[in-house]
Design a protein around this ligand. Structure first.
Ligand code: PMP
Length: 345
């Protein structure tokens, strides 16, 4: 790996971060907070939140098996994705490499930050070649993005392939494990100590069942986490989100029950799809969704909308011609989907 200083934009390396009121007093006891121009009358949210979310990180650390010092929290994983561009990529100069098709926000963030986005197409089994990814890189490639399990294809990649990229690429490797709870493989967040160039993304939006609170996580070396904290907005995770996330972490039994329900439903829904005459292929998945190649994806999509059932039409995405992406719902939702599809003519 290049040094972190070599990989970081010089202006970011030199940046003197904004120091907010709550950073400065930290660690001391106080009876009156007259430092942050807040309204003093209590209503539950009259005080600024903890800028570094220390208490929440302690709880996440236990749940995820990652030391609190290696955790960054943001407004959805999308904040963490955007920060990687702002920290490492010089606009108009640097580039990033990613598998394709994959989660669309990497490319959108690249475009917003004026960073070249290099796509390396998966093969017909939706698998990637580490050699092809590495070959697409040059001296200005700062980040490689690998989403596993991948969106929209659903499959997780073999760990050895990702490990090869981590070992051989000199820059940052972002492994987006938004869907890893649905997948039996060992997650990369548990191997941070072996890879100083690894950033793993997780989110409260999927298996944790909290898409509405907008809480994303990044796990990385303490040096990378320090850079992310330096660049983020001072109070990027609001009080209500921090509180609700701690409640969700206390409901581990609900989490596990819902996770196994989703996985059970996934098996029966995919089996039922495979039997539909209008379904040509169901792709294997390690996530809470799957791709299904249909006889006429556009028309079936519109038909489902008329029946007030919304799936994702991915038929215009690279390598996904004819495909709908189906999120596994509750038993009732899945039954309604199947019964509509069985009536399709
Ligand atoms: N990563 C992947 C692979 C995703 O599919 C999504 C959401 N669809 C996200 C990240 C975004 O997650 P968040 O809600 O935490 O911004």
């Amino acid at each position: 790996m290049k040094t972190l200083q070599e990989l970081t934009r010089p202006n970011i390396w030199a940046l003197k971060p904004y120091s907010c009121a709550r950073d400065e007093f930290k660690g001391m006891r106080a009876d009156a907070f007259l430092d942050a121009n807040e309204n003093p009358y209590p209503n539950g949210v009259n005080r600024y939140p903890d800028p570094l979310q220390e208490e929440l990180k302690q709880h996440i650390s236990v749940f995820k098996g990652v030391p609190a010092a290696n955790i960054f929290l943001g407004n959805g994983s999308d904040e963490a994705i955007d920060l990687q561009f702002r920290i490492f990529c010089r606009p108009g100069v640097d580039n990033v490499v990613a598998i394709a098709p994959t989660y669309g926000m990497y490319e959108v963030c690249a475009d917003i930050n004026d960073v070249e986005y290099r796509k390396v197409l998966l093969d017909e089994n939706y698998d990637f070649s580490p050699e092809a990814l590495l070959k697409a890189c040059d001296e200005n490639t700062k980040i490689i993005f690998i989403c596993s399990p991948n969106n929209p294809t659903g499959n997780a990649f073999r760990r050895e392939k990702i490990e090869k990229v981590l070992r051989e690429f000199e820059g940052i490797v972002v492994v987006d494990e938004a869907y890893s709870d649905f997948c039996p493989q060992r997650p990369f967040r548990l191997d941070l100590q072996h890879y100083p160039n690894l950033i793993v993304l997780n989110t409260f939006s999927k298996a944790m069942g909290c898409a509405g609170i907008r809480l994303g996580m990044a796990f990385a070396s303490t040096d990378i986490i320090a850079l992310m904290n330096k660049v983020k907005y001072p109070y990027n995770v609001n009080t209500l989100t921090q509180q609700r996330a701690m409640e969700a972490l206390k409901e581990a039994t609900v989490f596990r029950r819902n996770l196994s329900l989703i996985i059970e439903e996934r098996v029966s829904l995919m089996r039922a799809f495979a039997q539909l005459p209008i379904c040509k292929k169901v792709y294997p998945t390690d996530a809470n969704f799957f791709l299904a190649k249909m006889t006429d994806a556009d028309r079936i999509y519109r038909y489902l909308v008329e029946h007030r059932i919304i799936v994702r039409n991915r038929s215009r995405v690279d390598l996904c011609g004819g495909c709908l992406r189906i999120t596994v719902g509750t038993k009732e939702e899945n039954t309604a989907l199947l019964s509509s599809l069985r009536k399709y003519v």
